[in-house]
Design a protein around this ligand. Structure first.
Ligand code: FES
Length: 135
C-alpha cells in the first residue's frame, strides 16, 4: 500500500486556496518547533460565515495537503462550525495520514483556531470602540 493516499498527493500537488488575504478578518499562524514547519491561515468573514480562506505553508507535503483540505472544509461554513474542525477530521478527509505525520494535520487545526480567535478579538475590540463619528 502506498504511504500516502491519492487525496494527500492531489492536495500536495495542487493545493487549493494558496495565498494571502490582504484585508483578512482573522489571521492565525502556528509552527511546530520539532520540524520547523510553519502554517499561516487568512480568513475573510461576513456575518459570521467564512466567505474566503487562504493559506501559506512552509512545510512538508502532509502539512501542505492538510492546510489545503482544511481550507476546503471550512470555506462557506459558519465560524462556529469551523471552530469544531479537528485534525482527525482533516486527516480523515484526506483518506488518512501515516501515524508519524498526524502532527502535520494538527498544525492546520491550530492555525484555523488561531485565525478564528484573532477574528473574535478584532470583533470584540470593534464593538468596544467609542463611536468616532460623534464630536
Ligand atoms: Fe512538520 Fe509535517 S513534518 S508539519
Amino acid at each position: 500500500m502506498p504511504l500516502y493516499s491519492e487525496k494527500v498527493m492531489d492536495h500536495f500537488r495542487n493545493p487549493r486556496n494558496v495565498g494571502v488575504i490582504e484585508d483578512a478578518d482573522g489571521v492565525g499562524e502556528v509552527g511546530n518547533a520539532k520540524c520547523g514547519d510553519i502554517m499561516k491561515i487568512y480568513l475573510k468573514i461576513d456575518d459570521d460565515v467564512i466567505t474566503d480562506v487562504k493559506f501559506e505553508t512552509f512545510g512538508c507535503g502532509s502539512a501542505i495537503a492538510s492546510s489545503s483540505m482544511a481550507t476546503e472544509l471550512i470555506k462557506g461554513k459558519p465560524v462556529a462550525e469551523a471552530m469544531e474542525l479537528t485534525n482527525k477530521a482533516v486527516a480523515e478527509a484526506l483518506d488518512g495520514l501515516p501515524d508519524y505525520k498526524m502532527h502535520c494535520s494538527v498544525l492546520a487545526e491550530e492555525a484555523i483556531k488561531n485565525a478564528l480567535d484573532d477574528y473574535y478579538e478584532k470583533k470584540a475590540k470593534k464593538a468596544g470602540q467609542p463611536d468616532k463619528t460623534e464630536q
